[in-house]
Design a binder for this molecule. Structure first.
Ligand SMILES: [Zn+2]
Length: 237
């Protein structure tokens, strides 16, 4: 991956490489600033929860797109701009910011927090292109706990991610009805019909009351753009 910058971080220098051909200045500026804002007290606290390193020097930082706004992913789930940028009174932050401090897992095997490979120190909503809005996640992956994963992420051989979330309700894109459980769902968004077309309109679920729970490294992402955009590291793989 081409190196686009060298930043000072934690009093050392760090390379930043970009995997996307198209440069996004606001995303790059965010990454540079965010990596210097990582809170060492938070690392210490989550290191116990997730059984990961308390030493910031042990981490590599892939920065993937975590979720896109305003279109359905291949599972028929849609996260609207309105929902992602909504203030959640329950979490005291914006909905996309509930990505903060969630664990990073492999293929959504998220039952055991101690198996986490890292966590997400911060997330940002990138909306410079109104047709391509998305959440960018600054991921911290513990290279001591899973050296092969860290090496694969740095080389770009491993690059796809997928989010895990819970939502309080879903809204049908066709009839607009809202449902809080699967039993009551309208015909449009039953699992067998979801993503099919009704009178030229595609049926999918708009997720409401969202809380992000984890981000996983996966082989086959539901949101196909959920790949590493930047990678920061000072390890020499
Ligand atoms: Zn419906």
């Amino acid at each position: 991956m081409p190196i686009i910058g060298v930043y000072q971080f934690s009093n050392k220098f760090m390379k930043c490489a970009s995997s996307s051909g198209k440069r996004n200045i606001s995303a790059e500026a965010y990454v540079k600033q965010a990596v210097n804002m990582i809170n060492k007290d938070v690392i210490k606290a989550v290191s116990k929860l997730y059984n990961i390193s308390a030493n910031i020097d042990d981490y590599v930082f892939p920065v993937p797109r975590a979720v896109g706004a305003d279109f359905p992913n291949s599972n028929g789930d849609c996260f609207t701009h309105e929902e992602l940028t909504r203030y959640s009174n329950k979490h005291r932050c914006l909905v996309y910011q509930t990505f903060r401090n969630v664990p990073i897992h492999i293929e959504h095997k998220a039952n055991n927090k101690k198996e986490a490979r890292g966590f997400i120190p911060d997330a940002e909503y990138i909306s410079t292109d109104p047709r391509d809005k998305y959440v960018l996640a600054l991921c911290a992956v513990d290279s001591k706990k899973d050296p092969a994963l860290a090496e694969g992420l740095v080389s770009g051989d491993i690059r796809y991610f997928s989010m895990g979330c819970v939502c309080e309700a879903v809204q049908c894109s066709i009839c607009g009805n809202k449902f809080t459980n699967d039993r009551d769902m309208c015909e449009h968004i039953r699992p067998t019909r979801r993503m099919s077309y009704f009178g030229g309109k595609q049926a999918y679920e708009k997720c409401l009351g969202v809380s992000f729970q984890e981000l996983s490294v996966v082989g086959d992402p539901a949101y196909t753009k959920a790949a590493t955009q930047y990678i920061l590291n000072r390890h020499l793989f």
